[in-house]
Design a protein around this ligand. Structure first.
Ligand code: B16
Ligand code: MG
Length: 218
C-alpha cells in the first residue's frame, strides 16, 4: 500500500498554541478562584472547548456550580482571551521541520489535510500563512463528534477520496492518537505525554519528521 495523504492535527503539531490555551484557561480559572496548572492543561490537549471546561470543573469539585448556559458563557469568555492572544502568531511560530516535511510530501504527490477540533483553526492557519499548503481542512464547524471519535480523520480521508489505510495521521494528544487508530490510519505521535495507547511512530519533536522514513511505514 502506498501513502496517499497525511492528516495533521493543528494545535501541538503545526504550531504550539497549547501555551495560549493554557494562559487563557488560567486567566478564567483565576477569575473564578479555581485551581489550574500545566498538568491539568495536558489533559485538555485535543479535547473540545466545553469538555475542557468540564475537566477544569471536575478537578475543582465544581461540576454542579454552573448551569449548562453559564458553562457555555464562561467557555466563550476563555475563547475571547484565547482569540486575543493568538493574534500575535506569525509564520515564525510554525513548529520546526513542518514546512520542509509538507513541501516534500506535496512534491511526491501526497495530499495534506488538517484535522483540528479547534473552532479557531482557520484563523490560526491564516496567521501562520500556511492555509494554501492543505488540500482539505476539517475543523469543528464540519464535525460533530470530538476526538477520540474517528469522525474528523475519516472526514479528511473521505474528502480526499482515499481509504484511511492509505493515510497517516500526525497528532500530539492522546485523544488524537485514539481518533487516528479508530479511523484505521497509521499514527505519528509528536511528544505525546499521556500514553495509555502508543502511537505507531513515536517522535519527540516535529523536527524529527522525515518524509522517506514515514512513507515507508505503510
Ligand atoms: P477551540 P487540535 C484542540 O485543537 C486543542 O488541542 C484543545 O486544547 C482545544 O481545547 C480544542 O482544540 C478546542 O479549541 O477552543 O479553539 O475551539 O489539537 O484538535 O488542533
Ligand atoms: Mg493537538
Amino acid at each position: 500500500m502506498s501513502l496517499k495523504a497525511l492528516v495533521f492535527d493543528l494545535d501541538g503539531v503545526l504550531t504550539d498554541t497549547a501555551k495560549y490555551h493554557y494562559l487563557a484557561w488560567k486567566k478564567l480559572a483565576d477569575e473564578l478562584g479555581f485551581y489550574f496548572d500545566e498538568d491539568i492543561n495536558e489533559l485538555l490537549k485535543g479535547v473540545s472547548r466545553i469538555n475542557s471546561f468540564e475537566i477544569i470543573l471536575e478537578k475543582n469539585n465544581a461540576t454542579t456550580n454552573f448551569s449548562a448556559t453559564e458553562k457555555e458563557v464562561l467557555a466563550n469568555k476563555k475563547n475571547e482571551y484565547y482569540k486575543e492572544m493568538i493574534e500575535q502568531l506569525t509564520p515564525n511560530d510554525i513548529l520546526p521541520g513542518i514546512v520542509p516535511f509538507i513541501t516534500e510530501a506535496r512534491n511526491n504527490g501526497v495530499k495534506c489535510a488538517v484535522a483540528s477540533i479547534s473552532k479557531n483553526a482557520s484563523r490560526v492557519l491564516e496567521l501562520l500563512e500556511i492555509s494554501d499548503m492543505f488540500d482539505y481542512i476539517a475543523d469543528a464547524a464540519l464535525v460533530k463528534k470530538p476526538k477520540p471519535d474517528p469522525e474528523i480523520f475519516l472526514t479528511c480521508a473521505n474528502a480526499l477520496g482515499f481509504d484511511p489505510a492509505e493515510c497517516i495521521g500526525v497528532e500530539d494528544a492522546q485523544a488524537g492518537i485514539e481518533s487516528i487508530h479508530a479511523a484505521g490510519m497509521l499514527s505519528v505521535g509528536i511528544n505525546v505525554t499521556v500514553t495509555s495507547i502508543m502511537p505507531d511512530i513515536v517522535l519527540k519533536s516535529t523536527s524529527e519528521l522525515d518524509f522517506n522514513k514515514i512513507k515507508n511505514q505503510l
